[in-house]
Design a binder for this molecule. Structure first.
Ligand SMILES: [Zn+2]
Length: 267
C-alpha cells in the first residue's frame, strides 16, 4: 500500500514545502490560519506571556472574527465587538482586558520565548536575556556571539540570528514596544577580576562549601557553568569525582585542577 501525503495545507490550501533535512512537510504561508493560531497559542501560553482567558477556543473565535491576525493584534482588540457576541459578558471581557494589560509587564525571557523562535525554549530564553539590556540588541549579535552563550549550539544560534535579521520580525518587536510591552532586562553585571572571561565547574566533595567556592569564583569575574562542555575552562575536582571528571578528560580541552590550585588562582 502506498501512503499518499497531502501536498497542500489542510488549513489554507497553499502548497506545502519540505525542508531538505526534515521529515515533515510544512506550510510556509505566513498568513495561514493554522499557523497564526499556533503562534498566538504559544505566545499567550503559561510559560510565555501567560495571558489567562485567551484559550485556544477564544483565539480561534477572535481570528475567525478578524479581530486578531498576528501577535500585536492582541494589544488592540476591539472589546466592543466582543461584547456584542453571544457568550461574552462584561465581566469576562474586563477580566481578559486586565490579563492582556498585565502581560505587558512580563519579564523579557517570557517575551523572547513567546515569540516562538525555532529551537528557543524557555531555558535558552532565560540564558539569552542575561546578556542584554534590551531585546533589540540581539539584532547586532554575530553568530559567534550567539554560540558563545551557554546552552546555544550552532543550529539554535542560526535560528536566532535569522529571526533578528528579518525586517518583519524587527517591526513586530517595535510594534510590541509601542504598545508598552516590556522589552528590557537588567543585564547581569559580571564582576571584573582575576578570573574574568574564565569558566568554572566544581565537582566531587570539596573542603569548603561548593556555594562558597562558586561565589569566590564569581567575585573575581569567573563564570559558573552547569555541565562539562568545550566552553568550560576549569574543572575543579574534589574527592570522589565521577562522570564530570571523565567527560572533561575525554574532551581534553578542560583544565582539571584541585581545590588548592583553585584557591591559588583566586587569591
Ligand atoms: Zn497553511
Amino acid at each position: 500500500m502506498k501512503i499518499i501525503f497531502p501536498t497542500t495545507c489542510p488549513s489554507c490550501s497553499e502548497e506545502l514545502f519540505k525542508p531538505e533535512e526534515e521529515a515533515n512537510w510544512r506550510c510556509i504561508n505566513i498568513n495561514c490560519p493554522a499557523q497564526v493560531i499556533e503562534r498566538l497559542r504559544h505566545f499567550v501560553s503559561k510559560d510565555a506571556m501567560d495571558i489567562r482567558g485567551l484559550g485556544e477556543k477564544i483565539i480561534e473565535e477572535l481570528v475567525e472574527l478578524n479581530l486578531i491576525k498576528a501577535i500585536p493584534d492582541i494589544y488592540r482588540i476591539d472589546f466592543n465587538k466582543i461584547l456584542d457576541r453571544e457568550g461574552w459578558k462584561e465581566k469576562s471581557v474586563s477580566k481578559l482586558k486586565e490579563a492582556i494589560e498585565s502581560s505587558k509587564q512580563q519579564p523579557l525571557h517570557r517575551l523572547l520565548f513567546g515569540l516562538g523562535i525555532r529551537f528557543v525554549g524557555e531555558t535558552t530564553a532565560k540564558k539569552l536575556v542575561e546578556h542584554v539590556n534590551d531585546i533589540s540588541e540581539f539584532k547586532e549579535w554575530s553568530l559567534e556571539q550567539l554560540i558563545n552563550v551557554e546552552d546555544v549550539g550552532p543550529k539554535v544560534a542560526q535560528s536566532i540570528f535569522d529571526f533578528f535579521h528579518s525586517q518583519k520580525n524587527m517591526e513586530l518587536i517595535e510594534e510590541l514596544k509601542s504598545f508598552g510591552l516590556n522589552t528590557k532586562h537588567e543585564k547581569k553585571t559580571v564582576a571584573q577580576g582575576k578570573l574574568s572571561g574564565k569558566s568554572f565547574l566544581f565537582t566531587g566533595t570539596l573542603q569548603m562549601k561548593r556555594s562558597d567556592a562558586e561565589a569566590m569564583a564569581e567575585k573575581e569575574g569567573g563564570n559558573i557553568l552547569g555541565s562539562v562542555t568545550s566552553k568550560l575552562n576549569y574543572l575543579v575536582v574534589g574527592a570522589d569525582a565521577g562522570s564530570k571528571l571523565e567527560k572533561a578528560k575525554k574532551l581534553g580541552k578542560v583544565e582539571i585542577i584541585s581545590e588548592e590550585e583553585f584557591l591559588k588562582l583566586v587569591t
